[in-house]
Write a protein that binds this ligand. Structure first.
Ligand code: NAP
Length: 261
């Protein structure tokens, strides 16, 4: 095969054929788009959810309709027991397979002005957005193939210094630090670790968190002049998961149409 033929083959073949992915919070929004995209690129996918079984099963059915494989598992990322269960489910669902791609996507958002912050809000945000990522990653690592990918879904909020969002932003800054240091820790296993940081993206989280009168302000602040869609994020996650991104690790990749420049 000539070099050009080899290149063409790479372009048309599915980039994640034979890979196994675990996506936390894959029932809705960005996680659902990531699960769909990774499957469309050839990966077998286990997606977890907190409570929304119907939405999770809908994503599985959409993937199955494409003739591809996915399984949904109810697993709260804050529970070490649930994290172990979801990791075990990967091997069960896909013939003892190990994980190639872990996407730590599950997250929660709350605004909290400084004078309204309390310990409960701190725990709600840090338990899911930080402790949940640690619990899932620690459970997954022994079951991960060398050369794998860990992709942490962070947020432009880590850099955007958005007034009233200090705790949420701090959880995502913590996540970016984990990505950078885990990249060093896991380099010897050729596992890359990166943060993918969405800007404002139209999901249930966005609709619940940002009042409609604020949407135009977000659009005006975005260089490309529109709100993000979950697929805008999923396409970049699929690239980072692919062999084409093998030399990228320890990075925070903003995927935001230029809202944080
Ligand atoms: P979303 O629409 O609210 O969906 C959240 C997903 O996470 C759902 O699948 C939900 O499951 C799951 N989840 C929540 N808590 C969980 C828990 N304790 N255990 C397991 N799963 C849990 O959110 P999204 O907008 O797609 O956000 C996804 C990620 O992107 C988050 O990390 C978020 O911080 C980040 N992000 C979002 C935006 C944005 O503008 N949307 C911007 C920057 C970063 P159920 O369906 O069962 O509830």
């Amino acid at each position: 095969m000539t070099a050009v033929q080899e290149q063409t083959k790479t372009v048309v073949s599915k980039r994640l054929e034979g890979k196994v992915a675990l996506v936390t919070g894959g029932s809705r929004g960005i996680g659902a788009a990531i699960a769909l995209k990774l499957a469309a690129e050839g990966a077998s996918v286990v997606l977890s959810y907190a409570s929304n079984k119907g939405a999770a099963e809908k994503v599985v059915a959409e993937i199955a309709a494409l003739g591809l494989k996915a399984v949904a598992v109810k697993a709260n990322v804050t529970s070490a027991q649930d994290s172990a269960t979801v990791v075990a489910e990967v091997a069960k669902a896909f013939g003892n397979a190990k994980i190639d791609i872990l996407v730590n996507n599950a997250g929660v958002f709350e605004m909290g002005p400084i004078d309204a912050i309390d310990a409960e809000q701190f725990d709600r945000l840090f338990d899911v957005n930080v402790k949940g990522v640690v619990a899932t990653t620690v459970a997954a690592l022994p079951q991960m193939n060398d050369g794998g990918r860990i992709i942490n879904i962070s947020s432009g909020a880590a850099d955007a210094t958005m007034a009233g969002a200090s705790l949420y932003s701090a959880t995502k800054s913590a996540l970016d630090t984990l990505s950078r240091i885990w990249a060093q820790d896991l380099g010897k296993r050729r596992i890359t670790v990166n943060s993918v940081s969405p800007g404002v993206t139209v999901t249930d989280m966005f609709k619940a968190g940002i009042p409609e009168e604020g949407h135009q302000y977000m659009i005006d602040k975005t260089a490309l002049g529109r709100l993000g869609q979950p697929e805008d994020i999923a396409d970049v996650v699929a690239f980072i998961a692919s062999d084409e991104a093998r030399w990228i690790t320890g990075q925070v990749i903003n995927v935001d149409g230029g809202i944080v420049i």
